[in-house]
Every structure is written in structure tokens, then in C-alpha cells.
Design a protein around this ligand. Structure first.
Ligand code: DQA
Length: 156
């Protein structure tokens, strides 16, 4: 079965209790359940991960990119958390392994502090979903699925 990967960066394990006025009260386990329902509806298996470590995220991006090249994965929905605004390493990993990524943010980062307005990920993402709450995750999975189907049509 083809897989869709959902990667979550630092502090997203605190979802549901961390600043609920910004991120809502849904837990990361609930987000995983939302993603699983969406993926299964599209005939995809779900690989859902969270890490507070930049290096581990780099490794998972490389692994996912290799799975895409092998035809076993359509790409990744990626909420890089605060690394969005700091990480050249994550930018380079996505670019280097050519992983199709939909960047996702639960909150509307453009309405928040200026330091959240710049993303190192956006220039190497196929698209972004921003500010739609946790319901952005299933939308991003759907978008990645569409993009991968369009890619297959172009390839054939
Ligand atoms: C976030 C936005 C980031 O600025 C922040 O550091 C996060 C979560 C979001 O989902 O809205 O940790 O990526």
C-alpha cells in the first residue's frame, strides 16, 4: 500500500494543552486519527511521527524521500514547528532528497509575531496550508494525493 507521511516538529507533542487559544484543544493523537481517516479514505497508509529533534526530522525526510523514489510513498505533510523559522538543515534536506512536502501550520503564522513570518521551508515546499487549525492536516493530505496523481499523469 502506498504511504503518506505526516511529520511534526518540536513542541507539537504538547498539542491540546499548549496555548489552546492559539493551537486549539485537540491532541496530537486526535490529529493522527483525523489523518488516518483521511488517508484510508484515499487508499493510503499513514506514517505519523513527531520529534523535538532537528536531526531526527532530517533523517525522516531523507527516509521519506527514498520511499517516494521507490514509488512507495506520495510525500509528506510537514509541520516543522519553530524550526520553520530557523532551519537551513530542514530546507536542505527537503531540497536534497527532492521530497514532495506540503508545509502546514495550525495557526496563521502571518498574523503572529514578525519572527514567524519567514519560513525556510516554503521555498522548497510544493504548497502551504496555514491557519486552518488541525483541520488543515486532512486537507494537506488530500492536496498531496491530488498532486501525486497529477504527477503520475504527466509521467505516463
Ligand atoms: C506552528 C507555528 C510555529 O510558529 C510554532 O513555532 C509552532 C507551531 C503552527 O502549527 O502553527 O510550534 O508550526
Amino acid at each position: 500500500m502506498t504511504t503518506v507521511v505526516v511529520l511534526n516538529g518540536p513542541n507539537l507533542n504538547l498539542l491540546g494543552t499548549r496555548k489552546p487559544e492559539v493551537y486549539g484543544s485537540t491532541s496530537l493523537a486526535d490529529v493522527e486519527a483525523l489523518c488516518r481517516t483521511e488517508a484510508e479514505g484515499l487508499g493510503l497508509a499513514l506514517e505519523f511521527r513527531q520529534s523535538n529533534s532537528e536531526g531526527e526530522l532530517v533523517d525522516w525526510i531523507h527516509e521519506s524521500g527514498r520511499e517516494v523514489k521507490a514509488g512507495r510513498c506520495i510525500g509528506a505533510v510537514f509541520n516543522p514547528g519553530a524550526y520553520t523559522h530557523t532551519s537551513v538543515a530542514l530546507h536542505d534536506a527537503i531540497e536534497g532528497i527532492e521530497l514532495p512536502v506540503v508545509e502546514l501550520h495550525i495557526s496563521n503564522v502571518h498574523r503572529r509575531e514578525p519572527f514567524r513570518h519567514h519560513s525556510f521551508i516554503s521555498p522548497v515546499a510544493v504548497g502551504t496550508v496555514v491557519g486552518l487549525g488541525v483541520h488543515g492536516y486532512p486537507l494537506a493530505i488530500r492536496a498531496l494525493h491530488r498532486i501525486s496523481l497529477a504527477g503520475q499523469e504527466t509521467a505516463s
